[in-house]
Design a protein around this ligand. Structure first.
Ligand SMILES: Cc1ncc(COP(=O)(O)O)c(C=O)c1O
Length: 364
C-alpha cells in the first residue's frame, strides 16, 4: 500500500501558539483579567486610525479584496522609499515565509538558520523537505562567521530574524555588510524584521539597500507588532521584482483580506499611536530590567517588545503557577531553551502584575 502522507510532513515540528485567554480561563476556571504576555502583541490594541478605517469599510465586506494590494503597496512604497514593484503583501509575515518556501526551495536543498530563531522558518524548511542546518548562537546573537562556514553549493536560503525572536538581540550593519560580501551570489538571504519598529540600536542594518544593490535578499516586516494588527493578519516583503513575481505566483488569491489592507494603510499614518507604543514599550522594558536586576534574574537586553529571561531551572512550574495567577508568558522549550521564559512588555499594569506574580513563584 502506498504511503499517503509525505514522510517529511510527519517529521514537521508543530508550532505551538499561545492558548487564547478565553480557553485558558475556561480550563483553569479563573475569572477576571489576565495579563497575556505570551505572544508579543501590542498591549494598546490596534492603531485607532486603523480601527476607524476598518469600521467605515465593514459594509463592503461582501466584496472581494484587491488581490494585489495595490493601494497598500503604494503606501508602503512611500513609507519605505522603495518602488512598489519591489513589494509583496501576505496574510502576515508567516504566510510570506510559507510562500518563500514554496516558491524557492527544492527538496534536498539546504536551509540555514540560527538555533532558537523564529520557529516558522524551521517549519517551512521541513515542509519543503530541505536539509535544515541550525547554527548555535554566539553570546545570544547570530554567529555570522559560523553560518558562512556552513554554506555549501546546496544552500538555497539563509534566514535571519533580526531582531531575533525569542532572544531579542540584533546583529549590526557592519557585520551584515561583511557577511553579504562573502556570501555566494546564488543564495537567498531572508531578513525577517518583524520587530524592526522597536529597534533602538543606531547600527541596525539597512537591508533594503541590499535590494537596491540587486542582491538576492528578501526583507520581511509586519503590521502585527508595532501597528497592533496581529488579528487582522498583514505583513509585507521587499525584494527584487523577479522574486516578488515568484512569491505572487504561489500565493493563494485574496489571502490579504479587505480589512487588513484598509487597516494597514491607516496604521502606517498613525504616528501618535506608534509614539505611544514605543514610549510604553521602552518604559516597560526599563521597569522589567530593574526588577529582574533586583531579583538577580538573568535577562537578555532586548531590541523588541519582549524580554527573555533564564530562570536556571525547568520553567514548567513557574509557567503554570504564573498562569494560576492570571499571567501568561512563553516558555522556550520548543526553542531548545528549557530554562528560559519570554515575557512580552505589556501595559504598566500588566507588567506590574507579572512582576508581583513572578516574585512570588520564582523563589519557591
Ligand atoms: C521573527 C518573527 N517573524 C514573523 C512573525 C509573524 O508575524 P505575522 O504576525 O506577521 O505572521 C513573528 C511573530 O511573532 C516573529 O516573531
Amino acid at each position: 500500500m502506498k504511503k499517503l502522507i509525505r514522510d517529511n510532513v510527519l517529521r514537521i515540528e508543530q508550532y505551538e501558539p499561545g492558548m487564547p485567554v478565553e480557553v485558558l480561563k475556561r480550563e483553569l476556571a479563573i475569572e477576571g483579567e489576565f495579563s497575556n504576555l505570551a505572544s508579543n502583541e501590542n498591549p494598546l490594541g490596534p492603531s485607532p486610525l486603523a480601527i476607524n478605517a476598518i469600521k467605515k469599510s465593514l459594509e463592503n465586506g461582501n466584496l472581494y479584496p484587491d488581490n494585489r494590494c495595490y493601494y497598500l503597496k503604494e503606501k508602503i512604497a512611500e513609507h519605505l522609499g522603495v518602488p512598489s514593484k519591489n513589494l509583496g503583501v501576505g496574510n502576515g509575515t508567516t504566510e510570506l515565509i510559507y510562500l518563500i518556501g514554496v516558491a524557492f526551495l527544492n527538496p534536498g536543498e539546504t536551509f540555514i538558520m540560527s538555533e532558537s530563531s523564529f520557529i516558522m522558518a524551521k517549519i517551512i524548511a521541513q515542509i519543503m523537505d530541505n536539509k535544515l542546518i541550525e547554527v548555535p548562537l554566539k553570546e545570544y546573537r547570530h554567529d555570522l562567521n559560523n553560518i558562512l562556514r556552513k554554506i555549501t553549493s546546496d544552500t538555497k536560503i539563509v534566514y535571519f530574524d533580526n531582531p531575533m525572536n525569542p532572544i531579542g538581540t540584533v546583529v549590526a550593519q557592519q557585520e551584515f555588510s561583511m557577511f553579504m560580501e562573502k556570501i555566494p551570489e546564488d543564495i537567498i538571504v531572508v531578513f525577517d524584521e518583524a520587530y524592526y519598529e522597536y529597534v533602538n540600536s543606531k547600527n541596525f542594518p539597512n537591508t533594503l539597500r541590499f535590494i537596491e544593490e540587486g542582491r538576492n535578499v528578501i526583507v520581511l516586516r509586519t503590521f502585527s507588532k508595532m501597528y497592533g494588527l496581529a488579528g487582522f493578519r498583514v505583513g509585507y516583503c521587499a525584494a527584487k521584482e523577479e522574486f516578488i513575481d515568484a512569491i505572487n505566483r504561489v500565493s493563494p488569491p485574496f489571502s490579504v483580506n479587505r480589512f487588513a489592507q484598509i487597516g494597514a494603510v491607516a496604521a502606517l499614518k498613525d504616528k501618535t499611536f506608534i509614539e505611544r507604543t514605543k514610549e510604553m514599550n521602552e518604559s516597560g522594558k526599563k521597569y522589567l530590567y530593574e526588577n529582574f536586576e533586583k531579583m538577580s534574574v538573568f535577562y537578555i537586553p532586548s531590541e523588541t517588545n519582549f524580554v527573555t529571561i533564564d530562570v536556571k531551572k525547568g520553567t514548567k512550574r513557574i509557567f503554570e503557577e504564573l498562569q494560576r495567577k492570571s499571567v501568561i508568558v512563553r516558555p522556550l522549550t520548543m526553542y531548545g531553551k528549557p530554562t528560559f521564559l519570554r515575557v512580552t512588555v505589556g501595559t504598566p499594569e500588566q507588567n506590574r502584575r507579572f512582576i508581583e506574580a513572578f516574585k512570588q513563584v520564582y523563589k519557591d
